[in-house]
Design a protein around this ligand. Structure first.
Ligand code: TRP
Length: 307
């Protein structure tokens, strides 16, 4: 059995069956996620774009001259382009992603759009520290960029570890510009993860299709249902697949039984209070220097400097 398959079997052997969110993103999953970001109910992308457009001048003033912008993620988003269009004297732009194909494809596009920019992609798992490239121009400081409230997809301890990795990569005088989704009326959050067109359900179920196609599993897609519920006490959306029957499935020659109503956990999406996130940032060695929110107060982008 490959190590990857072992990891999948291990997750499904837990008392709370779990599949890592990384299995959302095969080609179809990435397409479906792009569709999610365009849904009217999925407020996160619109709110973050609104903030970027409205406050990019304040952001670039804080980032300053001749910085190196290090994006955790491949950098294919519109948000990144807003920053790059307004930062005309970067020492370098360094997108970091584990998926080499995706990273190089998106770096190629960025180079075509910004021919004067030194684009230095790094293939790495950014949950662990990694070596930074040396740009031709010496950066005055490193600014880590982590949009999309992807931090919220990590459980507390893992989120802390990731913030500490960012702290290390930012280095002396470095900073972090991060998208952080906020706690709010539960109806708004519920609708964002249970859209009326059913795209989120398709996205969640696609994970089983991906495991069937690429890892020899035999899930019956018809007998699982999407579920996303906001736990207000824990401030997080719990995203699961609910078995619609007592049934068995197989992966890597291991057979699993799942009962009617039993769930497979596929992702958490944590929502923060400003105080809650500031505490995490400070525990990781950052000071939240500036917080921007959209007009409706749904989402935040935060500029944090090293303590
Ligand atoms: N990072 C996204 C989020 O937490 C991921 C996401 C959006 C997601 N919709 C989803 C994950 C539905 C699973 C199911 O908002």
């Amino acid at each position: 059995m490959t190590r990857e398959l072992e990891g999948i079997v291990e997750g499904l052997s837990l008392s709370q069956k779990t599949i890592s969110p990384k299995y959302f993103y095969d080609e179809r999953g990435s397409q479906l996620f792009d569709e999610i970001t365009e849904l009217p109910e999925y407020y996160l992308t619109d709110a973050e774009l609104e903030i970027m457009r409205e406050y990019v001048d304040e952001m670039t003033a804080l980032i300053g001259k001749t910085a190196s912008l290090i994006e955790f993620g491949s950098g294919s988003s519109l948000k990144t382009r807003i920053l790059l269009e307004n930062l005309d004297d970067l020492a370098a732009y360094v997108p970091v992603d584990i998926s080499e194909d995706h990273l190089y494809a998106s770096a190629r596009k960025i180079r075509a759009e910004f021919p004067d920019l030194d684009v230095l992609p790094v293939v790495a798992d950014f949950t662990h520290s990694f070596a930074l490239p040396s740009p031709a121009i010496m950066p005055v400081k490193n600014v880590v960029y982590f949009p999309g409230s992807t931090i919220g997809n990590f459980e507390h301890d893992d989120a802390m570890e990731l913030l500490r990795v960012m702290h290390g990569e930012a280095g002396e005088n470095g900073a972090l510009l991060i998208g952080v989704d906020l706690q709010k009326d539960s109806g708004i959050i519920d609708r964002a993860y249970n859209d009326s067109a059913g795209v989120t359900a398709k996205f969640n179920l696609n994970m089983l299709r991906h495991l069937n196609r690429s890892y020899g599993a035999n899930f019956d897609l018809e007998s699982f249902a999407h579920s996303a519920t906001y736990d207000e006490n824990k401030g997080r959306v719990v995203i699961e697949l609910i078995s619609q029957a007592d049934q068995t499935f197989e992966i890597g020659n291991t057979e699993f039984a799942i009962t009617d109503g039993e769930t497979i956990l596929t992702e958490y999406s944590h929502k923060y209070t400003l105080e809650g996130f500031a505490k995490m940032a400070s525990d990781a060695g950052f000071n939240v220097e500036r917080v921007w929110t959209d007009a409706a107060g749904l989402f935040s982008v935060q500029y944090c400097t090293r303590l």
